[in-house]
Design a protein around this ligand. Sequence first.
Ligand SMILES: [Fe+2]
Length: 238
Amino acid sequence: MRPNEEPRAERQSSRRKDRSGESGPHKLAPLPFEEDGLEPVISRRTLAFHHGRHHKAYVEKLNAAVVGTDLEDLRLDEVILRTVDDPARSKIYNNAAQAWNHDFFWQSLKPGGGGSPPAELRKRIDASFGSLDEMEKRFAEAAIAVFGSGWAWLVSDDEQRLRVLETGNGDNPLVLGMTALLTVDVWEHAYYLDYQNRREDYVHNLIGELINYEFAAQNLRRAGSERGASSGRRESGS
Ligand SMILES: [Fe+2]
């Protein structure tokens, strides 16, 4: 055995730990609010299961699947883009996408809601949908219409127009080349304890009372500055 080499038994034990998903490159971020911070729209019990069991399980399964592979050192978004078209890696893709989607979902919500959209976002909403009410109506319709498990999104497309989209299972706007601004999780685990089969009530309450428009505005600004940086690089020929 070389001087600094880990003894075989310890190496094996650490690999076993990695396979169980207890450790690995991806971490379960804490909720950005208290577990009861979204009541009464989403109960503490639902959040405890949703974040502490479902979201955690996606992160653990992802860690267990990427350790020791060429994906181990990639960021979550890079894992998603690297595996989306590879059927042999669909399990990794599904868990990576669900881990990313849940991180994004928690940030899309805010106790008490985010108030009115900041001015630049509001201008884009009005230009794309006619009014904030119309955007929220279409966002809710999309979330209610998802067949089975999935997500509704507010996105900015290639032409910088805002749109509402539905995706099934773990799919998200990253793989469609769009910028996600907000999302609503409509997997049953997101609402069943509180609303049973009344997805419509969950969606209307969530969009009416918890949406974090400041987060959407930050995503829009970030996309704008990334676009500016990449067009600057193109113009300078680098
Ligand atoms: Fe979920």
